[in-house]
Design a protein around this ligand. Structure first.
Ligand SMILES: [Cu+2]
Length: 127
């Protein structure tokens, strides 16, 4: 084997090693990236799961005890609702719900379904 072919082989060996290192590195970074992504997704979901919101609705046509009963009976059992308080004197309904299970829009629709026009008065984050 002459000097030239020897150096060609050396060069070839060197390139293969470099290539393998590059592939291993690429794989390592890919795995790192995937685990970071997976972890952040799970983390974000668990944070979202514990989030609650309390909305106070103005309910103009809530005028008697029967209305209150109707609301308590129907809305309190909508999915995601953890607390519901009707106040006839101020014509307001305070609803606490899990943000990952229902939305304000869905609540408004649920009220509408049983004949009450509502509008959100104030919203607050709850722990
Ligand atoms: Cu009534």
């Amino acid at each position: 084997m002459n000097n030239f072919s020897y150096s060609v082989i050396q060069l070839f060996n060197y390139s293969v090693t470099q290539l393998l290192n590059y592939k291993a590195m690429k794989r390592f970074f890919l795995i790192m990236l995937c685990s970071v992504f997976a972890f952040s997704t799970v983390f974000a979901q668990s944070v979202k799961k514990n989030e609650k919101e309390t909305v106070t609705f103005n309910v103009k046509n809530m005028s008697c005890d029967n209305c209150v009963k109707k609301i308590e009976k129907n809305i309190a059992f909508e999915k995601g609702i953890t607390d519901l308080q009707c106040q006839l004197s101020s014509k307001t309904v305070k609803v606490t719900y899990q943000t990952d299970r229902t939305t304000e829009k869905q609540l408004i629709a649920a009220f509408k379904k049983i004949g009450f026009e509502v509008e959100p008065k104030e919203t607050a984050q709850t722990k």
